[in-house]
Design a binder for this molecule. Structure first.
Ligand SMILES: C[S@@+](CC[C@H](N)C(=O)[O-])C[C@H]1O[C@@H](n2cnc3c(N)ncnc32)[C@H](O)[C@@H]1O
Length: 258
């Protein structure tokens, strides 16, 4: 398991260059923002707000709402706060243990953040606690199949774990159903970023903070193994380039009772 400190450090280090490389994250954010529910929530939370990419859109969609932005990485929050100032409330905290009061949020929004939580169930319990009855939680997360080609290429080289493991979509859906929140909608789909070569792919993961989580044990494992991995990756090349696959699960949950 990845420690909270490692997650916070990796994303803090990535803050300065994150937006320039987070094209897939932005594409998925646009899709998630297009699914925002109608209504006029008073208190909105962006959980794992990163550099604050989604905040202006959230405010535009809900002009009367107060937007709270939470992230575990101080470097991300500092970057976002520098950019947007005090129009939003900044909270440095773990999504599994927020400083927010019971029944205080009308809408919780989160794009590609909760896959880094230590426990998906504990995070859902926390969101259930802070949502008002009738409040909604709309978010994307990642499931098994994410970076499948990288994992497969490494499997041809050694039996060390190099790529972070993600739960299956069935497990995620089951845990969402067990959370006590009502499952209004779930969509599972692949999104793929294409790269001209392995270096560009690895570099891009590093720039969005996912690199440290990619190689969990044993580092890159020497030049020969890295070369073997690069060769194995070539078997996945298409005319579009080499794939970094994201298996995305988009949820819409609702708190129906206290
Ligand atoms: C891939 S970025 C996405 C940022 C933003 N939501 C976007 O769409 O651009 C993931 C963010 O989640 C944050 N994060 C990861 N684990 C977290 C946790 N347990 N609690 C709060 N934030 C977390 C990271 O620090 C990072 O800023």
């Amino acid at each position: 398991m990845i420690s909270r400190q490692d997650v916070a450090r990796a994303f803090s280090q990535a803050a300065g260059q994150y937006d320039a490389y987070a094209l897939i994250q932005q594409r998925l954010a646009t899709r998630l923002l297009a699914s925002l529910p109608a209504g006029s929530p008073e208190q909105v939370l962006d959980l794992g707000c990163g550099t604050g990419y989604c905040l202006p859109s959230l405010q535009q969609h809900y002009p009367c709402a107060h937007i709270n932005a939470l992230d575990i990485a101080p470097g991300m929050l500092a970057f976002a706060a520098e950019r947007y100032g005090d129009q939003f409330t900044w909270l440095c905290a773990d999504a599994e243990q927020t400083p927010l009061a019971d029944n205080s949020m009308d809408l919780v929004f989160s794009n590609l953040a909760v896959q880094w939580c230590a426990s998906f169930s504990a995070m859902l319990a926390e969101i259930k606690r802070i949502l008002r009855p009738g409040g909604q939680f709309i978010f994307t997360t990642l499931a098994e199949g994410t970076l499948a080609e990288l994992r497969q290429a490494w499997a041809e080289v050694d039996d060390t774990i190099h790529v972070h493991s993600f739960p299956t979509e069935q497990v995620l859906v089951m845990q969402a159903r067990d959370s006590g929140l009502r499952l209004n909608d779930v969509q599972c789909f692949d999104d793929i970023a294409w790269y001209q070569d392995v270096r560009a792919l690895s570099d891009s993961l590093k720039r969005v903070g996912a690199h440290n989580m990619q190689h969990q044990h044993g580092g890159l494992g020497g030049r020969a193994r890295l070369k073997a991995w690069m060769q194995a990756m070539e078997s996945f090349r298409t005319p579009a380039g080499l794939p970094a696959r994201y298996r995305v699960v988009q949820f819409q949950l609702e708190k129906v009772s206290g």
